[in-house]
Design a protein. Structure first.
Length: 229
């Protein structure tokens, strides 16, 4: 099935260029020029991915992400931010509110497609895999659900992918670079600090049942997932 990608960008030349690149690579691209249009396009039907500019008429990209996360129908849709902001703190702020990746303008068609493919690939269903149960923390790859004590745990798609990796590779220490390679892939550049942002969000999601303690920091080395804490 062709993946549907919503491109939210107020500058017409950039929006049209991005849509053209996506369509040339086999995706269905839908454009939105402002905040209100993006809200409407998010449900007609739901996109598989959103490419989102930081600043928009009528609102901001970060406001749109927060709105998506409040809606059960859109909260799991991955978001890549398109931003001219080069400061690390700005990029981390975007990740903190729920973005899965970011691309700094100007960018090449090759980088755009590589990051789109990487996000879609790491979020694809794992239908052939069995349910994983570790100390009452249950992960179902086929439905992309995580639960504890009978309660569903809310987390973003990247956190789900990271948790899935941890639960299938427990009791081992992984550096940030290794996690980037295993979870994000080797074909895109992502800063090490991105791992820390998603680890923090994963721990927050796992606080129910005290499962956040399973994600352990190994000082000077990286992270480990363990039921021994």
């Amino acid at each position: 099935m062709v993946k549907r990608i919503l491109v939210v960008e107020d500058e017409v030349p950039i929006r049209e260029m991005v849509c053209f690149i996506l369509e040339q690579n086999g995706y269905q691209a839908i454009g939105a020029e402002d905040y209100d249009t993006a809200i409407r396009r998010l449900s007609e039907p739901y996109p598989d991915l959103v490419l989102l500019d930081w600043m928009l008429p009528g609102g901001s990209g970060t406001q749109l992400i927060r709105q998506m996360k409040r809606d059960n129908n859109t909260k799991t849709i991955p978001v890549i931010m398109l931003t001219a902001r080069t400061e690390e703190e700005d990029r981390v702020r975007g990740l903190d509110v729920g973005a899965d990746d970011y691309i700094t303008k100007p960018f090449s068609p090759k980088e755009l497609i590589a990051r789109v493919k990487a996000v879609l690939r790491r979020l694809s269903p794992m239908e052939a895999e069995d349910i994983i149960d570790m100390d009452g923390l249950i992960l179902d790859p086929s439905s992309h659900r995580v639960s504890s004590q009978g309660q569903d745990l809310e987390m973003g798609p990247t956190e789900f992918k990271l948790l899935h990796f941890f639960m299938t590779h427990p009791e081992r220490v992984y550096s940030r670079e290794q996690l980037l390679n295993y979870v994000w892939g080797t074909d895109v550049y992502v800063e090490d600090r991105t791992v820390d942002v998603h680890i923090r969000r994963l721990r927050k999601a796992l606080e129910i049942g005290n499962h956040d303690k399973m994600v352990q920091t190994v000082r000077g080395t990286g992270y480990r997932f363990s039921i021994r804490y």
